[in-house]
Design a protein around this ligand. Structure first.
Ligand SMILES: NC(=O)c1ccc[n+]([C@@H]2O[C@H](COP(=O)([O-])OP(=O)(O)OC[C@H]3O[C@@H](n4cnc5c(N)ncnc54)[C@H](O)[C@@H]3O)[C@@H](O)[C@H]2O)c1
Length: 359
């Protein structure tokens, strides 16, 4: 197994991240004290891995919601499988599975150890990293949750070959987010990868590099601020508005966040926290791959709901601001400032072409 070498400053979090092959994964699953909790779609699409463990699997229906009812079902299954405190849970699937299994692991018998095998891009670069988990409650997304770090994250890029194209791109939007925040070169590599992207012939080597870089950035930030008091808020870029668009218009997570990144950068520009040229580049890059045609969002309706954001402190929120492609800072803005987006028409993009991309 090839471990991603995370920097030695990372003392707080002990999570190890590995790239694995089919046979390495099967070896891991063969440990009888491991309870495998898997997304049904993933299980059915990859029978060569899962069929042999059929009698030990806890299977989750992916169309179900990540809510208390589902939590109850998983606990019932763990009890009927006689899962003890010294057992280890392994969640196999996208962010729905890592959030659900991470939450269950943090409270079942007052906490059992957990690892993840993320099978979506979003799961690999984001949801399985950083220890946060959450359930939706009522109509509010991710409002109940804990922080419980996985012991190991096993990445097997083969899973991505069965991922629908839209899911793939939605996950890549989170990669773009990390790149805008921290890493100019990663923006370049990601664009190069997407320019030549073909879901039937994924360039695994390039994708391995992109995923490794994204995870390394996220881990570094999380290690400095496990409980979200300061710089971890940078990772929220695009999410304050993105979450609301996702809920209101049913956009996929990554596409909603992409739209959120554009609008939040526009706000930063209006507040003179960043330059118009940065906004133009963010919008141009995201526009090419991630923005939907739905330009006529009812922004007032969205912004009215910002007060419910759990990241808001009273009447302010930390807004991630892109200073330049690949560097960023947090700025505390009043929630009411978001209303300034409503009457601001999206500025016209100058005709400047994107610079040539080279390998
Ligand atoms: N805790 C965190 O830090 C964090 C971060 C980001 C997102 N999330 C959460 O993650 C969830 C979204 O994650 P997601 O986008 O991975 O969604 P998901 O887990 O719902 O998966 C998306 C769809 O892809 C299917 N699927 C998964 N892997 C597949 C594969 N290899 N081949 C074919 N189909 C496959 C699933 O069955 C599902 O239909 C949300 O609930 C979000 O709140 C959590």
């Amino acid at each position: 197994m090839k471990e991603i070498k995370l920097s030695t400053h990372h003392h707080h979090i002990k999570t190890k991240v590995y790239f694995v092959t089919d046979s390495e994964l099967i070896d891991i699953f063969s440990d009888m004290q491991y309870t495998i909790i898997v997304d049904r779609t993933v299980m059915e699409l990859h029978p060569s891995i899962f069929a042999q463990f059929a009698d030990r699997l806890v299977v989750i229906e992916p169309e179900h919601k990540k809510d208390i009812r589902m939590f109850t079902e998983v606990c019932e299954q763990l009890i009927s499988h006689k899962v003890k405190k010294n057992f280890h849970l392994i969640g196999v699937g996208g962010g729905l599975i890592s959030d659900l299994v991470g939450f269950v692991a943090s409270v079942y018998m007052r906490g059992v150890s957990v690892s993840f095998v993320p099978t979506t891009v979003l799961g690999m670069v984001d949801a399985s990293i950083g220890g946060k988990n959450a359930l939706n409650f009522g109509t509010i997304k991710n409002i109940v949750g804990t922080i419980h770090h996985p012991e190991n994250v096993y990445l097997h890029l083969n899973f991505l070959k069965t991922l629908p194209h839209s899911e793939f791109m939605s996950g890549m939007a989170e990669v773009a987010k990390t790149a805008f925040l921290f890493d100019y070169e990663l923006v370049h590599d990601t664009l190069l990868f997407l320019n030549k992207f073909n879901i039937n012939a994924i360039n695994i080597m390039k994708l391995t590099t992109i995923i490794t870089e994204s995870i390394t950035h996220k881990m570094a930030i999380v290690n400095n601020d496990v409980y979200d008091n300061s710089e971890r808020n940078l990772l929220n870029f695009g999410h304050t508005i993105g979450h609301l668009l996702e809920l209101e218009y049913g956009l996929m997570h990554g596409f909603a966040v992409a739209q959120g990144m554009v609008l939040e950068t526009q706000l930063a520009m209006i507040l003179e926290l960043t330059d118009g040229s940065v906004y133009n580049r963010v919008r141009r890059i995201l526009g090419k791959y991630f923005l939907t045609d739905m330009q006529d969002f009812d922004l007032k309706k969205i912004i009215d709901k910002i007060v419910y954001d759990k990241k808001a402190n009273g009447d302010t929120i930390l807004l991630p601001v892109i200073d330049d492609i690949g560097s960023s800072h947090l700025y505390e803005v009043k929630l009411v400032e978001f209303y300034r987006l409503i009457n601001a028409r999206p500025p016209k993009l100058p005709p400047e072409p994107e610079p040539e991309l080279t390998d």
